[in-house]
Design a protein around this ligand. Sequence first.
Ligand SMILES: NC(=O)c1ccc[n+]([C@@H]2O[C@H](COP(=O)([O-])OP(=O)(O)OC[C@H]3O[C@@H](n4cnc5c(N)ncnc54)[C@H](OP(=O)(O)O)[C@@H]3O)[C@@H](O)[C@H]2O)c1
Length: 395
Amino acid sequence: MRFVIDGTTGLLGRNLLFEILKQNLKSLDEIEIIILGKGSNGKTLECRMKEIIIDDGFDYLNLNKNSDYYEQIKERIIYIDFDLTKPDLGISRKALEILKKEKIDYFFHIAALSSFLDTPEIINQLNLINIEGTKHLLSLVKEIKVENFIFVSSAYHAGSSQNVIYPDFVNNSNIFRNPYEITKLRAELFLKKYAKKVRINHKIFRITTISGRLVENELGSINKYDVFYGWGLYFLKLKMKLFKNSINIYSVPFEIKLRINVHPESTMNIIPADFGAKLLLKTCLNGNVDDAYHLVNETDIPTKIVINKILENLNITGHMFVEQEPEDKTPFEQFYYRTVGKIFTPYIIDPPLHYNNDNLKGVMNEYNLKCPEMNETNFQKLMDYAKKHNFGISI
Ligand SMILES: NC(=O)c1ccc[n+]([C@@H]2O[C@H](COP(=O)([O-])OP(=O)(O)OC[C@H]3O[C@@H](n4cnc5c(N)ncnc54)[C@H](OP(=O)(O)O)[C@@H]3O)[C@@H](O)[C@H]2O)c1
């Protein structure tokens, strides 16, 4: 079985790679994994991936970090340098030959820019990576033999105009929370049209918010702190600025006066990266016939619990919830609503939305795949890991 995956230095992509390895650990010679990615900060793609596989993947695979298993895994991996922003993807002629050599059973396009900012530079990058990058990749797919092309998209570009959202729903309202959502929808629409024209067998998986792992080791493991973690990171940085000399920033109590605009019934759908990867892989291998799916958690967590838990973990009190953005904002509130609140608020001011995943229930039942419930206990596991790693910053 031949796989191609991009985005493996990121959160979902690496978990998918680990899951493929886990399922084939005893018969590695039956798989070949081609990893498309780029070097960064002076490190080659291979060097980055070696670190990721040993530091994070060996936990997932329950392997001893001192074992020489990487050498065996490396035998089954081919690293190819590529950059989505380049029209020819920057792929060498030799790499193209490797891709063309034999048919590829599953080609996962996971890489993207997931910034919710709306500055001109970010919008430009979003267009370039998420839309043009997908187009560039599809031109490549047309040239090689790909049995199944799988695109990971976002559930959120469907907006909030209806309570129940089906995985093939197309938001024609022109109302989006940020430019990122628009680029993910446009990439999907291009894929559907192009795939029909040149006959590419494809599937689109719209995923909700991805968290650290809750099934495989190390519980909570995550490599970046954005989305709801990013909201916590904002307050952690604020505390660090105010309490520069504290030995343990989490033990210092801090009171803020902040009125947080949230819908009273708002919930968040958070899917652990490992569970998302397992369900994504099983659905593809199982040969499900639909071309659009929602990768979601079966249970939402109330947004107020998420906010309370994050602030409790940061030892911050004094916030309250309001149903409207305050007009008489304090200077701190003005700052909040101009910065992190601007990004976060559009996601928490709607009543609960239901992302229908009926077409995944069969595969979940067949393989006994049950998403870890996102409740206070499991959310705390995510916070424990985030705190252990100071939400990715050095203190
Ligand atoms: N995270 C979420 O909560 C969430 C929610 C909804 C949908 N999604 C979608 O799910 C997918 C996975 O998200 P994620 O959070 O796991 O991603 P991520 O951690 O942000 O990783 C992004 C990946 O894309 C790669 N990439 C970015 N620009 C590239 C370029 N120009 N050329 C080649 N590769 C490039 C990155 O490589 P480098 O490391 O080299 O930069 C990285 O491997 C994405 O398609 C995202 O839109 C995510």
